[in-house]
Design a protein around this ligand. Structure first.
Ligand SMILES: [Zn+2]
Length: 413
């Protein structure tokens, strides 16, 4: 049978992001390029003038537009009910994230809403967020559970994430985050809650998720408790990752390195020595500049320390109802450059290959022969532009597996 071919021609700049040499060498761009997709994978990339004659399929002419891999958002909490717009007022009155949490607000109000929401309501709300992510250029996206905080409820959330994964067209990567906060039933007893999860929850999640996450932070789940919990997960054959140092330096970077975690996320207060330990242990640093700025605690991750250590950084949205209410990673790109002091090349690496590395998706975030044809056509001619022009959706069209799944006048099909 003939292969289905799509030939993308006259690409002004094609970001293939398939350079060798690790984190600092991944960025790669072709000028005046073409790309051929056969069935659902990239089969050829190169200069437009070198396009082999044997390709005779359907052609689209981009007239100089920029093409990038679909963005990989390696850290989100997009499955939840309700919103927390009322917190804007509390923060304006000077209350901190931890104060709002301790007052029973914050994440615990989302837990209440999520526990009482039907499957259908949760699926509906999350599908809308995923559609928004797609329309802004994200094709692969991690979603964590974590707004129920009971064993059976967390398994329900994982099964809903799995349903969204199967529905597509987005590529969803599930993460089990029962240890997202200490639930009211265990108030003041984080260790008891982790023991409960270790017995009733961890052994059940294998069919629904392969990765376990925890909010390792002084005042929530401290390092030694986190270590015990994550080791129990690893003993069941699961991979681990951690939220660390979002609000203070709690030593989580060394724990991530010890455990050879897939990633350590936030890292707002992580010292450069800990970044070196992480880089050495192949732990990616997932940086969430939108959250640090949204909470306005004035601390940004020291991205340069991780890059100097030749470690991978991913830039992710942290989409969640409290500290980063967004689903649009691409709108954070200018801020990632400005706040984390990154070059356009480093930002692009962070939202493509870096995200793929953090999620261990070997073919995502790059466009090279053999990779799935997940790509974005931008309303821009130069790759610096989406890292410069803020607050506007510059995505024109989105393809997953060679199929057009979104165009920017607001429809997903
Ligand atoms: Zn998070």
């Amino acid at each position: 049978m003939e292969k289905r071919q799509l030939i993308v021609r006259h690409i002004g700049q094609l970001l293939t992001m398939d350079g060798d040499g690790g984190p600092s060498g991944a960025f790669r761009v072709w000028e005046t390029a073409a790309m051929v997709v056969e069935d659902n994978r990239v089969s050829w990339v190169g200069l437009d003038q070198d396009l082999p004659l044997r390709y005779q399929g359907m052609e689209i002419d981009l007239q100089g537009a920029l093409v990038s891999p679909g963005l990989v958002d390696a850290h989100t909490h997009l499955l939840y009910a309700g919103d927390r717009s009322y917190e804007v007022r509390m923060r304006a009155e000077g209350r901190t994230y931890l104060e709002i949490l301790q007052a029973g607000g914050g994440i615990l109000s989302t837990v209440e809403n999520t526990r009482s929401a039907s499957d259908e309501a949760l699926l509906h709300a999350t599908r809308r967020r995923l559609s928004g992510a797609l329309l802004s250029g994200t094709t692969s996206i991690e979603i964590k559970s974590g707004y129920d905080l009971t064993a059976s409820g967390e398994l329900r959330l994982l099964s809903l994430i799995d349903r969204l994964r199967q529905e597509g067209p987005w590529r969803v990567v599930p993460t089990a985050m029962g240890a997202h906060a200490v639930p009211p039933e265990f108030q003041g007893r984080p260790g008891d809650y982790l023991e409960y999860l270790t017995e009733e929850y961890l052994p059940q999640i294998g069919a629904l998720a392969q990765v376990v996450d925890i909010f390792c932070e002084p005042g929530v789940f401290p390092v030694e408790q986190s270590r015990r919990y994550l080791k129990a997960a690893q003993a069941l054959g699961l991979s681990v990752k951690l939220h660390i140092d979002e609000l203070a330096d709690g030593g989580g970077g060394y724990l991530a390195a010890d455990l050879r975690a897939l990633s350590a996320d936030h890292c707002a207060f992580t010292p450069s020595k800990a970044f070196h330990a992480m880089a050495e242990a192949q732990v990616a640093a997932v940086l969430l500049p939108g959250t640090a700025r949204y909470l306005n605690h004035g601390h940004m991750a020291d991205a340069r320390a991780m890059l100097d250590a030749d470690g991978w950084i991913a830039i992710a949205s942290d989409g969640n109802p409290g500290s980063s209410p967004t689903h649009a990673l691409s709108t954070l790109m200018p801020w990632a450059a400005s706040w984390l002091k990154l070059t356009p090349e480093e930002v692009w690496t962070g939202v493509t290959r870096g995200g793929a590395q953090a999620l261990r998706l070997p073919w995502a975030g790059r466009l090279q022969p053999g990779a799935p044809a997940d790509f974005v056509i931008w309303d821009a001619a130069d790759y610096a532009y989406p890292v410069y022009y803020y607050g506007s959706n510059l995505v024109r069209e989105v393809y997953i597996g060679g199929r057009r799944v979104a165009v920017n006048y607001g429809e997903v099909f």
